[in-house]
Design a binder for this molecule. Structure first.
Ligand code: CTP
Ligand code: CA
Length: 226
């Protein structure tokens, strides 16, 4: 078999990638989060570094090793993730792969929340987190911006909306309702959506290991990087 000699088509490019979940504290012992494993973002970071890029990986809490040649910045909350991303700019390519919590607690309790006497239930007040990929894409000196969209229904409609609303150059849409694909899994399938001459173009990528999918996504975007 041929040795895996990677093309250096991202040589000298600065790439910033977000990966994993964010964790939003409720009190000193509890948090809100999600099931993101970080595997897709880490696979992209590894693939970018192997192709010669200078990669900063801004990572939520995950159980994964840092890929070789990648500078990793660990964060917990969405606000910390945004601050770490802004500190890592400028770059030529930004890939927002993290499953950022959309909301955080309106206030983080200083002490452990107690159940109290009300046995009927409780209500948490949440406020919106900043949209990291949209914030990066709104900058005047913006990198090429790639987002992800994990959907359980109307995949292309929702992903197409996010492509325009967040002013992205490319969105990687995946159907997380398919068993064995997406969240937590080693495999994933995706549809790439982008805008070209006022039309939305698409390319389907079949189910495959996330490492192979990362290569397929980069193969597409190196052809479109300025
Ligand atoms: N994203 C982000 N910051 C957020 C929320 C999402 O950067 N606060 C990014 C994700 O990393 C992903 C893309 O936006 O690249 C889409 O995330 P998704 O959760 O699918 O989109 P939302 O706009 O949050 O819409 P919803 O959850 O309502 O479907
Ligand atoms: Ca969301």
């Amino acid at each position: 078999p041929a040795a895996a000699i990677s093309t250096q088509d991202l040589a000298g490019r600065r790439v910033v990638i977000t990966a994993g979940p964010t964790r939003e504290a409720l009190d000193p012992v509890r948090y809100l989060s999600n099931h993101s494993s970080g595997k897709m973002g880490y696979a992209l970071a590894a693939a970018c570094a192997a192709r010669g890029a200078q990669v900063t990986l801004v990572s939520g809490p995950v159980a994964l090793a840092t890929p070789p040649g990648v500078a990793r910045v660990d964060v917990l909350s969405a606000c910390e993730m945004l601050a770490a991303v802004e500190a890592a700019l400028p770059c030529e390519l930004f890939i927002g792969c993290a499953a950022v919590a959309d909301y955080r607690a309106a206030s983080v309790a200083e002490h452990k929340l107690k159940k109290g006497d009300d046995t009927s239930g409780m209500t948490l007040e949440l406020v919106r987190n900043p949209d990291i990929v949209a914030t990066v894409a709104a900058r005047s000196e913006r990198p090429f911006c790639v987002g992800f969209a994990a959907e359980t229904q109307a995949l292309e409609t929702h992903a197409g909306d996010k492509l325009s609303r967040k002013r992205l150059d490319l969105i990687v849409a995946n159907d997380v309702s398919q068993a064995g694909l997406g969240f937590g899994s080693d495999d994933n399938a995706a549809t790439l959506l982008w805008r070209e001459a006022d039309a939305v173009r698409r390319q389907a990528l079949p189910p495959q290991p996330k490492t192979a999918l990362a290569t397929a996504i980069l193969d597409h975007l190196v052809t479109r990087l300025p």
